[in-house]
Design a protein around this ligand. Structure first.
Ligand code: ZN
Length: 90
């Protein structure tokens, strides 16, 4: 069984464990929506980075999907089998 070649000094050991309690400090706010964001990262609330829209947010994707679903489920004109529009779900 492999064993460490030499003892890890107190200084070396303590330097390693000094970083274990570290937490990311969020000090940057989004320029567009003022939500707290990590530096150099896209805002997940509005999908902007440096004032430019670069990402579709989760809610925008949900709205787009709902629109597609509405179009698919809408009754076709002249179709007599479905008299009432489908009920909303979710
Ligand atoms: Zn934002």
């Amino acid at each position: 069984m492999p064993a460490p070649k030499r003892k890890v000094s107190k200084a070396r050991r303590d330097k390693r464990s000094a970083n274990k309690g570290m937490k990311v400090k969020i000090e940057v706010v989004c320029a567009t929506c003022q939500a707290p964001v990590l530096p150099h990262q896209v805002c997940k609330e509005c999908g902007h980075y440096k004032g430019v829209k670069v990402l579709r947010t989760k809610s925008e994707r949900m709205h787009a999907r709902a629109k597609v679903r509405q179009v698919k489920e809408a009754p076709v004109k002249g179709d007599k089998t479905e008299a009432t529009p489908p009920a909303e779900q979710g």
